[in-house]
Design a protein around this ligand. Structure first.
Ligand SMILES: [Zn+2]
Length: 176
């Protein structure tokens, strides 16, 4: 092994560990590192002390459109987009940093982070493939995740127009 490949290898391992610590699913590690599956599996077990869950990744865009998840997803994506524009980070590094900022922001308001890092990663892919996008709320001018094909000129976000059942969950709005 050359010195360069050792450094590269080490970088990949650090990235994998950082992702595992953020709670990423094994599929995310497979997609974002060049490490072989067996090695990732071993790393995953070492870091978390358990086997990775075997289920499929969520493939639907619907989750991001429901009320509270949409507010969390939009917060994350605004941070991600800002980092992407203002730094030279790789996409996955921007996802990880934005996720950490998002999670500490909501927790500082006593709100649970509804968005997992795996979903955050999926969200970036959905936007990259133009299935979802950011759209501006006509009332608060905030930017929110929306289906690209549902774009209209009179979009109103879930904070300005919460569902009637909102009641106790309304404090999710505190994150804005
Ligand atoms: Zn709004």
């Amino acid at each position: 092994m050359t010195a360069r490949s050792l450094v590269q290898d080490n970088k990949q391992i650090q990235r994998a560990i950082a992702l595992i610590n953020l709670g990423a699913r094994l599929q995310v590690l497979q997609s974002e590192t060049d490490l072989p599956y067996e090695r990732l599996l071993k790393l995953y077990k070492e870091v978390t002390g358990r086997s990775p869950s075997k289920g499929q990744l969520p493939f639907s865009t619907d989750w991001f459109m429901s009320w509270q998840p949409n507010i969390h997803s939009s917060l994350f994506f605004n941070i991600y987009q800002y980092l992407n524009k203002t730094s030279d980070l790789d996409t996955i590094e921007a996802v990880m940093q934005a996720y950490q900022l998002y999670a500490s922001e909501v927790r500082s308001h006593g709100v649970e982070a509804l968005l997992s890092v795996t979903r955050a990663w999926r969200l970036v892919k959905f936007v990259d493939s133009s299935m979802l996008c950011l759209t501006t709320c006509t009332r608060c001018k905030g930017q929110f995740i929306n289906h690209t094909f549902e774009l209209t000129g009179d979009y109103v976000c879930g904070l300005c127009n919460p569902p009637a059942r909102a009641g106790k969950a309304r404090r999710a709005g505190a994150i804005h």
